[in-house]
Design a protein around this ligand. Sequence first.
Ligand SMILES: [Zn+2]
Length: 353
Amino acid sequence: MYLPFFLITLFLSGSLGISILRRPEYQTDDYYTYEEIQEFLKGLEKSYSKRVRLTDIGRSYENRKLTTITITNGDGRKDKNVIFIDAGFHAREWLTHTTALKAINELVVNFEENKDLLKNYDWIVLPLVNPDGYTFTRSGEKFTNETIVCNSERDVKCWRKNRQPNDGNCIGTDPNRNFAKGWGEGVTSNDPCNFTFMGTSPFSAPESKAVGKEILSLANSRRGIMYLSFHSAIGNIMYPWSYDSIDAENAEEHIEVAQSAVDAIAKVNSMVSSNYSVIPGYKLYPAGGTSSDFAYDVGFPLSYTVELPDSRGDLVFKFHPPTDLIKELVEETWIGLRAMAKKVIQLYPVKRS
Ligand SMILES: [Zn+2]
């Protein structure tokens, strides 16, 4: 009497059943927690093992894994160019991780639609650079979709830095002021209580160190072509330099690639689309020690900080868009990112010698 039921259960939980049942589904109903992001990545690795590989590139100060996902088309070629994306440097910039996960989902789950982006390129994505800071921002009252104005870091939802202790009472280093290029220049601070604290030396924050190592290794192998770091919320696509008022040598190429995103977004969503400005980073304000300056400095020919939008129509949401807007915001950004990638593949079709 128990046997048929047992067999059905065995079948459902067997290898075939499990891969169908556990295939992860990308959702935009709410913001992912750190644990949910890890779970999503692990699910993809399990379901798409021929095209996906996870790597722990380091640990956060509180010992959370910093996990990259390498996405390929599964043909086994090892010398392809690479687009490297990260998100979530700043704890309160909640839209950035889910934007990175959207790109991952498009490249892995919607592979057939996007396989032209993986023919001669691999993509490496680190969806959450600062898991400690982000987890801290979720430790207060539950997010209620009300607009939160972050004038200081007093509200836990407005925390920006990592959670590394300093001498004295103040916690945290700004991981995007902790890279080696132009460290200490521009809008940053050597005061550990300041929300742009640059750290005690370049790469003193373990999160920046791990990302820096990854960038350097991709630049040294000459596979790294475009680096892109998602931040929010200003609505700019910024290219080097940030640390000083100088334009990158190939500023025009940077503008051409970024403009393809702006145009693609405007085409599909002309009524309410975000109107990105394409500017050199210093035009927002000079800031040294940023990841995108570092990537460009060590040899990525294209390097961007993408500041996601802060508003939709009349609604200003800054770092925490209401959850019912997540879907259209991440879809819009993917359209822009795909256009940028297509342009990059056109400009750099083969590996540089
Ligand atoms: Zn930021």
